[in-house]
Design a protein. Structure first.
Length: 216
């Protein structure tokens, strides 16, 4: 099965507001966009992209700058790593951009009934904006972004340890991997925050706070 960053059924829903003459049910639009973003395949493809990008960082940056005497194998790995690493970064960027597009459209369609007065914030909205964090597809993103952030900090901490004379310097690889992991963690957690922010339109507490700031 071919993986698509955005499913064909979701593409017409990304246009917000929809084109004149096009009638779409907000409930159906929300379900489609939400299901598209929550796909487990997005996480699996992201993991594959991260592995490729990490290999590229080690092969292109870590080994050449470690102080080791480069061999033909190292040079070959650097060339292969550059190709695989660029592919991995491309995957991660595409996932980030497609996720932003899906979540932005989802937030618009979620708020649409409230804008036209067909729905009003209720206590159930307060609950759903918080319990969404423990739903398996979202919880998996929270856990993975937390783990990636932790490993990113640990990787960058290699600069704090002195390299013994004659030993290879792990700092370049650590810094490169740390930056990659932290950026990936921020992108993933940012997606969860966008999702929660979109659902908060149904939260009466958040609606009152927002309206108070708007009056000021």
């Amino acid at each position: 099965m071919t993986f698509r960053f955005i499913q064909p059924e979701s593409r017409p829903l990304l246009e917000t507001p929809p084109a004149a003459g096009r009638s779409l049910a907000s409930g159906d639009a929300r379900r489609q966009l939400d299901a598209d973003y929550r796909r487990w395949t997005r996480l699996l493809v992201g993991f594959a992209g991260l592995v490729l990008a990490s290999f590229g960082v080690v092969a292109v940056v870590g080994i050449p700058l470690s102080g080791a005497r480069l061999t033909a194998v190292d040079i070959t790995m650097a060339v292969v790593g550059a190709v695989l690493g660029a592919t991995g970064v491309w995957i991660l960027v595409r996932l980030h951009r497609s996720g932003r597009a899906l979540l932005s459209a989802l937030a618009w369609w979620t708020a649409e009934p409230y804008r036209r007065g067909a729905a009003h914030p209720r206590a159930s909205g307060w609950v759903s904006a918080r319990t969404v964090n423990v739903e398996p597809p979202i919880l998996a993103r929270i856990v993975s972004s937390s783990v990636l952030g932790l490993f990113g900090i640990l990787a960058m901490a290699t600069v704090a340890y002195p390299t013994p004379p004659g030993a290879l310097n792990p700092a370049p690889a650590g810094i490169g991997l740390g930056i990659l992991l932290l950026l990936t963690a921020c992108g993933q957690m940012g997606g969860v925050m966008r999702l929660v922010s979109g659902l908060a339109v149904a939260d009466p507490v958040w609606a009152r706070i927002r309206s108070a700031f708007r009056r000021d």
